[in-house]
Write a protein that binds this ligand. Structure first.
Ligand SMILES: [Zn+2]
Length: 299
């Protein structure tokens, strides 16, 4: 993509290096509790506990106080006062994200009357949102309650290394997908789907959320179509990068890749083929009226 030197959005809330959710457990991050418990019951865990016992015997210390000392000093804390110093690579990703966000603003301001621009929150590790607290392991997400997109930029690294979905346009697609959820919020579509919860069976509700996700992919495609008309940012190979990412982060592929981090914002996004098809449809037509995933049959 030819993105450098373009306008960057001012709607970026850079919370990198800041404390995540404060839950009053001293310096201990509660998000780490589950992985630690899991670890303790694994072979490695038993080994670590054994090692602590041996060390405490050798040092003549109480093993519990040694463990507390280790937890207090060795794990990330919820308090942080030092300013965050990103690497050059991280700074590049932050600039890139602010540029793509600005470009989605330009496109959606053109397509929608009175478009309300969302905020992009950059965070590291964990973050508080109106939708609750989240860890970066959940992947990027959009919170309708505060109309903000949340991204830990290390996700882009995971996309490249664990999901085999490299490329700047693949990253732009992820941002545009989350902006797609914002469009669904301000047009009232996501609320309609949310109201179905409890009124229909879980299986049926799941179907609706798949359709909501595929529509966010369609909207990302619509953005790419108009962005290209306005800026000619895309280069050859870019469309393939987005399609490859849509393919790589479909539910069916993800379930096979159980070791990596889980991807965007909800438990269900549709199959790889469906995601690619809807992104492509948005990209080819650029026409918002083509995106009714709710009455499409088959999807
Ligand atoms: Zn989504």
């Amino acid at each position: 993509m030819k993105w450098r030197g373009r306008r960057q959005s001012s709607n970026v809330d850079d919370r990198r290096g800041q404390s995540g959710p404060r839950q009053g457990l001293g310096g201990f991050n509660p998000l780490l509790l589950r992985p630690i418990i899991k670890l303790l019951f694994s072979k490695t865990g038993l080994f670590i506990v054994g090692a602590f016992l041996v060390i405490s015997l050798l040092m003549g210390k109480n093993p519990l106080s040694l463990i507390t000392q280790f937890l207090g000093g060795g794990l990330p804390t919820t308090e942080s006062s030092a300013p965050y110093t990103p690497t050059a690579e991280e700074e590049e990703l932050a600039n890139f994200s602010a540029t793509i966000l600005a470009n989605t603003e330009d496109v959606w301001n053109k397509l929608l009357e009175n478009y309300r621009e969302p905020t992009l929150v950059l965070f590291t590790g964990s973050v508080s949102s109106a939708c609750g607290s989240a860890s970066s392991a959940m992947g990027p997400f959009y919170c309708p309650g505060d109309e903000k997109l949340y991204i830990d930029l290390s996700f882009f690294d995971d996309m490249e290394k664990q999901l085999n979905a490299p490329g700047d346009f693949a990253q732009a697609y992820v941002i545009a997908h989350e902006v797609g959820h914002h469009i669904q919020k301000i047009t009232g579509i996501s609320e309609k789907v949310q109201r179905m919860r409890g009124q229909v069976s879980d299986t049926e509700y799941n179907q609706y959320s798949v359709r909501l996700e595929l529509q966010a992919d369609f909207l990302a495609g619509v953005w790419a179509h108009h962005s290209q008309e306005m800026t000619r940012m895309m280069e050859s190979g870019d469309l393939e990068e987005a399609l490859n990412a849509a393919n790589a982060i479909g539910d069916d592929r993800l379930q096979k890749q159980s070791t990596g981090r889980v991807v965007p914002d909800s438990f269900t996004h549709g199959t790889s083929a469906q995601r690619m098809r809807w992104f492509k449809k948005g990209f080819d037509t650029g026409d918002l009226s083509q995106g009714d995933t709710f009455s499409a049959n088959p999807l």
